[in-house]
Design a protein. Structure first.
Length: 286
């Protein structure tokens, strides 16, 4: 596996494929600390960037295990189905299968942003037969850095810089992940970025399934979110504002299709239980 962090070195390889990424431009990495690398670890361990680069290398080599993911992200990608899974809190076999999709990838890092205890890398993941954009978020835990989010998509937003405020930067990261997956990724993973009450409202389960414990209709929710995609092929974020209590944020996303931009209001909320940002509203502006 070759991990490229010099954007010039990767430019020839990805020039053609980045056309599909809604005009994403080659630019210096933007980080709220000015470097995109993260501060040195006071315990003498690797920096955030070193940990993220090492994770991508292990991921491409097929050496990453579910233990290197946060508990929440394990549930996001591999929710429990069997009684054994429910005891563990997630499906280990499904998580391993999901991670295996990245084996053999060549990761080309184009942007690195730091906020709070997190680092986010974005760039190109080239695997045999296809090339897509990727996003990786690592967070620092008691025993080192863990993967808190990872996805691939055919779409990535253009000309977007992380804001200096760490709360707004974290909310923006979630909104970007939501829009990447909405327009060009796995909608099952997209649903992990939506609060449960919104999913219930959009896709209430049939009575028979509700009696079995279903909280929402997964199939109908997928149809709903796919209908939002329409013919859009890219997006930008033209406005973003953090709420006064720093637990809500409002974004204006301009979705692109046929040379035209259509504005949408995207509402983000900070989940009080987990502290993670989620997308709780997506409405076309009149």
């Amino acid at each position: 596996m070759r991990l490229t962090t010099d954007r010039r070195a990767g430019l020839v390889l990805i020039a053609a494929t980045f056309i599909a990424l809604a005009g994403c431009k080659d630019r210096p990495a933007a980080g709220t600390n000015g470097s995109g690398t993260g501060p040195p670890d006071s315990s003498g361990g690797p920096t955030a960037r070193q940990a993220a680069d090492a994770f991508l290398k292990d991921l491409a080599d097929g050496r990453v295990t579910p233990n290197q993911l946060t508990a929440q992200f394990r549930v996001d990608i591999a929710p429990p189905t069997s009684d054994e899974d429910k005891t563990a809190g997630f499906s280990e076999s499904a998580a391993r299968d999901w991670l295996a999709r990245f084996k053999g990838a060549n990761f080309i890092v184009r942007d690195a942003d730091n906020f709070g205890d997190a680092i986010v890398l974005r760039g190109r993941a080239q695997v045999p037969g296809q090339a897509e954009a990727f996003t990786l978020r690592m967070v620092k835990g008691p025993s080192g850095y863990l993967c808190d989010w990872l996805h691939r998509s055919t779409i990535i937003g253009s000309e977007i810089k992380a804001p200096a405020d760490p709360d707004l930067a974290a909310a923006q990261d979630t909104v970007r992940n939501f829009l990447d997956l909405l327009l060009g990724g796995d909608h099952r993973q997209l649903h992990a970025l939506m609060p449960l009450d919104w999913k219930k409202k959009l896709a209430p389960p049939p009575p028979a399934e509700a009696r079995k414990g279903a909280e929402f209709d997964r199939g109908f929710l997928t149809q709903t979110t796919r209908s939002w995609k329409g013919e859009y092929v890219g997006y930008t974020l033209s406005k973003q504002e953090l709420g006064p209590n720093k637990t809500t944020a409002t974004f204006t996303a301009e979705l692109e299709a046929g040379g035209q931009k259509t504005p949408y209001t995207v509402q983000a909320v900070k989940d009080p239980a987990s502290g993670r940002w989620l997308v709780a509203g997506f409405d076309k502006q009149s």
